[in-house]
Design a binder for this molecule. Sequence first.
Ligand code: CMC
Length: 428
Amino acid sequence: MSKTATLEIDGKKHEFPLIVGTENEVAIDIKTLRAVTGGVTTIDPGYKNTGACESAITFLNGEEGILRYRGYAIEDLAEKADFLEVAYLLIFGELPTQDQLDKFNADIKEHSVVDDDIKKIIDAFPKAAHPMGVLSSLTSALTAFNPTSVDVDSEEEMYNTVCKIMGKFPVLVAWTMRKKKGLPLNYGDSSLGYVENILEMMFSKPNEDYKQSEILVNALDKLLILHADHEQNCSTSTVRIVGSAHTGLFASISSGISALWGPLHGGANQAVLEMLEAIKEDGGDTQKFMSKAKDKEDPFRLMGFGHRVYKNFDPRAKIIKVAADEVLADLGVEDPVLDIAKGLASEALSDDYFVKRKLYPNVDFYSGIIYRSMGIPVEMFTVMFALGRLPGWIAQWKEMRARKEPIGRPRQVYIGENHRAFKAVEKR
Ligand code: CMC
């Protein structure tokens, strides 16, 4: 393959180098575009064709349905690793040895206590507040209680900061839910594993011991692993761009949480369950909702379908579908909503509209069904996504700073008024 791309503007040719990634992805390096063309820029709404960075964290091939973290297949990680190992892998680049893993676990526990004044902030939120708004605010508030900004060139400081956020974030997640349920805010039991303690913190009651269920621990572990990173998606790009202004890690992650909240991104898992419930309430006619989704005059979309990058299938959805079947069978749950989901999926997979546009069930289509069977309220689903995505956000922020990337600042093409004379208020 040629090593350059040629662009011709007004009869003048400009050469740009091609960059080839380790999986042979090709990109045109246009860093010098404006300088050599005298100010010509590119435009690409939604960044459908624009690579924002070079990254060594996650590889995704949407055509073939491949997802790998640091070279390891998502299928292997979901089957053989636990969430903390995957978090370590994403953040530090290699799977941990047993000693490294034990130390990471212990250091996270050491840092998991949050300042007690955070409880006052939680108390100030109305009970009706959406948990994603509360979580984003609490994560940002951590900055006030952990004021030292991290020296990204110090391995030790970076490590401690990672342990702090990995330790405190699940506490905030659990407290967000407990506050809504009117339960006392607790720290669980630090002798438990990371995922076990998340369940303990979320579900323990003041008057009885919480019994751990291996089924739920395994299911949550898998869900968190599947959500842990997804390269340059909306929330991750947000974390990177906020961090590119040298904003701290906690504040950058807080903005990532806000981005994730939207129904076209992580908020889809809540939207899917609400949609399935609405179909059930309406009498279960899936065809009616399929027609609505295809009608261009109707804003309704089939939530949990389609993906910006996956145009074949979402490998995470495949794993989750099997997990949903297993968890529901193990728990003995019969959920009519799962039948509606299966019906919709099989109709969409053979419907011309969906086939032509390569719209397949995505990760969020089935995750809510598992969360619901675990007793997690619908409004908490996207919070669970954030809990899983945390190591990805950390890894991407850390990589961006370590590579000394410049501040993110896209250009635009101005389409407004040309220069005009100012009119005094009485003359307008
Ligand atoms: N239902 C009906 N039509 C759809 C859907 C859908 N869920 N998704 C896309 N389309 C149509 C869309 O109307 C367009 O049709 P046309 O070419 O006739 O105008 C075509 O498919 C391409 O859609 P697009 O919106 O240009 O594609 P995109 O890459 O900009 O959007 C998406 C990707 C995920 C935002 C979109 O598929 C969607 O809104 N899906 C529903 C929300 C959802 O499930 N989001 C979770 C994504 S996975 C979790 C995560 O990583 O956040």
